[in-house]
Design a protein around this ligand. Structure first.
Ligand code: PEP
Ligand code: MN
Length: 350
């Protein structure tokens, strides 16, 4: 159920409706919009008695949400969600494209700083790097853990980049939440419901990657898990799914972009690195993603991919990332977007 408040409803009226919902033993989720606030209701087993709610001051109407994912749906919130970062003009969602670049894994301070400097010079506002790596083999490099989180915090201070890094379990989730700006939940954890709920209780944006074989409904239901706990800042990310195709690591399903945008207000990014597994395919698919309406790109960049401890073959060189930024900057206006360059880019070069 959704309580739609009148455009002129006072904050006290919104508060009173939320309290009323709590008294019914249910959970209110205020979703402010440019025109009006709507309050999602969760926790009900059947229909909520709308009669009482409709009579409250400031309420315009009470409507039923037809989708199983309530808070993630456009029915609950018509306007696109835009995620902002305190102390920065970087955003995810809305008109500006978000570019997130960096190595698959943080391997050393030198490696991470060298790559960060190069991607910052190209104007990216977000830096990615794995501290905790979900690897197929238990013998493969598992990440530097807390040391990597410290390195990324130093990168944020030095280059003014916002940090995106993955939490793989509840232990790493608490650490990542303390150190990072965006908590990544990887494809393999997309249906780790207890992890999603824990992330929902934190106050940091969550970048949720699509599971290896997840349908659109399953993907949105996972976003709903996070939102149902009170964290509404969820960023979806298409990173390719398993198909019979063997010329790429995964099949990058760009057709999910308009489908998500039709059903949900949440931003959707595209990861052409894991989506293809091949360096030469990364730039073409990034172009296609922006042309198809993606809200941004998350891409693996390495200064020595041949020596990378993970995902070298799909990591692009910093020079290729610079080309990507220039090309996407030109494609963006054709689809009504722009590609902002980080304010620190020139300062970094100097
Ligand atoms: C990653 O971004 O490094 C990663 C492990 O991605 P995914 O969860 O999509 O495989
Ligand atoms: Mn990777």
């Amino acid at each position: 159920m959704l309580v739609v408040m009148k455009a002129q409803a006072a904050p006290e009226e919104i508060q009173a409706v939320c309290e009323h919902i709590e008294q019914l033993g249910l959970r209110p989720h205020p979703l402010p919009g440019a025109q009006r606030t709507a309050i999602g209701i969760t926790g009900n087993k059947g229909e909520v008695d709308r009669g009482n709610l409709e009579g409250l001051a400031g309420v315009a109407e009470v409507v039923r949400i037809s989708k199983a994912y309530k808070l993630a749906s456009r029915e609950a919130k018509d306007e696109d969600t835009v995620i902002r970062f305190p102390g920065s003009d970087a955003t995810i969602g809305g008109r500006s494209l978000a570019m997130i670049a960096g190595p698959c894994a943080i391997e050393s301070r030198e490696q991470a700083f060298a790559i960060a400097e190069q991607v910052a010079t190209s104007g990216t506002q977000f830096f990615r790097g794995g501290a905790y790596k979900p690897r197929t083999s238990p013998y493969a490099f598992q990440g530097l853990g807390i040391e990597a989180l410290r390195i990324m915090a130093a990168i944020r201070d030095r280059f003014g980049l916002r940090i995106v890094t993955e939490a793989i379990d509840s232990e790493s989730l608490d650490l990542v939440a303390d150190w990072a700006d965006v908590i990544q939940i990887g494809a393999r954890n997309m249906q780790n419901f207890s992890l999603l709920k824990r992330a929902g209780r934190l106050h940091k944006p969550v970048l949720l990657k699509r599971g290896l074989s997840a349908t659109l409904d399953e993907f949105l239901m996972s976003a709903e898990y996070v939102m149902s706990e009170g964290n509404y800042e969820v960023i979806l990310c298409e990173r390719g799914v398993r198909t019979f195709t063997d010329h790429t690591r995964n099949t990058l399903d760009l057709s999910i972009i308009p489908a998500v945008q039709h059903l949900s207000h949440l931003p959707i990014l595209v990861d052409p690195s894991h989506g293809t597994g091949k360096r030469e395919s990364v730039l073409p698919m990034a172009r296609a993603a922006v042309a198809a309406g993606a809200d941004g790109i998350i891409v693996e960049v390495h200064n020595h991919p041949e020596k990378a401890l993970s995902d070298g073959p799909q990591s692009i060189y910093p020079e290729q990332f610079a080309t990507m930024m220039n090309e996407l900057e030109q494609i963006a206006p054709v689809v009504g977007r722009n590609l902002p360059r980080g304010i620190r880019a020139e300062a970094v070069k100097a």
